[in-house]
Design a protein around this ligand. Sequence first.
Ligand SMILES: [Ca+2]
Ligand SMILES: [Ca+2]
Length: 399
Amino acid sequence: MKLMPAVQSPVKCGILFLAVLFLPCPVRATQMLSENFESRGAWQEHVRGKGSISLVPGGVHGKCLKTVSEAQALVYYSLKLDPEKVRGKSILIRCKVRIRDVVRGPKVYSTAKIHVGIRTADRRTLNFATRFTGTADWSDKFLAVDVPEDAQEVVLDLGIQNGTGTAWYDDLTVDDGVREQAVLDIASVANSNFHDETPGDGFGFLDAGPPDLSALPLGYVRFRNVDFYIRTPARNFGRTCVVLAGRKRPQLPKRIETVIPVKMAVKRLFFLQAAAWSDPTRQRPCLQYTLRFADGRTVDIPMREGIEIGSLWAPKDLPGWKLAWETAVDGRKVGVGIAEWQNPRPDVPISWIRLSSPGDAAVPVVLAISADPAKKTAGKPGPAVPVERSTKRRRPAKR
Ligand SMILES: [Ca+2]
Ligand SMILES: [Ca+2]
């Protein structure tokens, strides 16, 4: 293991970037269910009104589930989850979803959705749902559900509840939500998105055209054995990442005034990031994270081009930045990587993180930040699950 030299910080606390710490982790999410909708299996069909349920070709892989509601019908494809396996857990449901002309029905929840209904021992009904309306091609959807300890019945439903339209589902997984790393919520600082069609028109990701980060997987991802949460454009006014000023984009902010709340003691931080128009030979900071500890002390973590932050369009492993994801668009590469920071003060909670850039170097892009919590709660070592929580409803008997 090679230790990188300590960098300057106000508290001189010997910050080390560890080059090869991406080792297999002992705590992994356990997958409880994986459904590809090639055949019906244990699922039940519920159609009330004019609608239909079918398994049809044209899925993300092979067949998919197609649910059609012609006039505010209830069209649910339902599966009972084993309450023994999900009680007291924060389960995470992921699914590819495609919708066409889905129009909301009489209630705010009358839409296409991923829904979980829970009946408890004292006969309460809890409803959790991620809802969809309109028309959209296949995309990743999530639903996180905190299942109470006294859950007696847990039912997962896919389909349309009294809305009108068509919804397709494929590649469904349910896992127990346990994560090795805690994902930090960057919603408060996100100022950009991943997409830019036209260079130089003043809009879009880096305003440099393709290749952009449109193909980056969204939601919960695990790169090099580190859990991250990549924001989806469906929330937060489409803002999914942070782009700061650099030589080629001086008009962007050099400093984000808001901060990322952390509020926990951490052993390590992981930064998913890359630099555009980067010159790895410069080896000077183009991005800085400033951490404030609960005792008021701060520490600056500079990210140097060619060392801790690699090139977005020529991504390759560096001493302190390991390639996490890459793709090619028309033969041109684009990729992002992980820089890891070992906290010399793991016993002091970190209050927040601020982002800034010198503004005269590469243009830095920050996609996600995760932390290794210093303490793991028994049974729930993962993060407080999501950054973009589901809509939670507590209404009796209505799904
Ligand atoms: Ca399929
Ligand atoms: Ca543009």
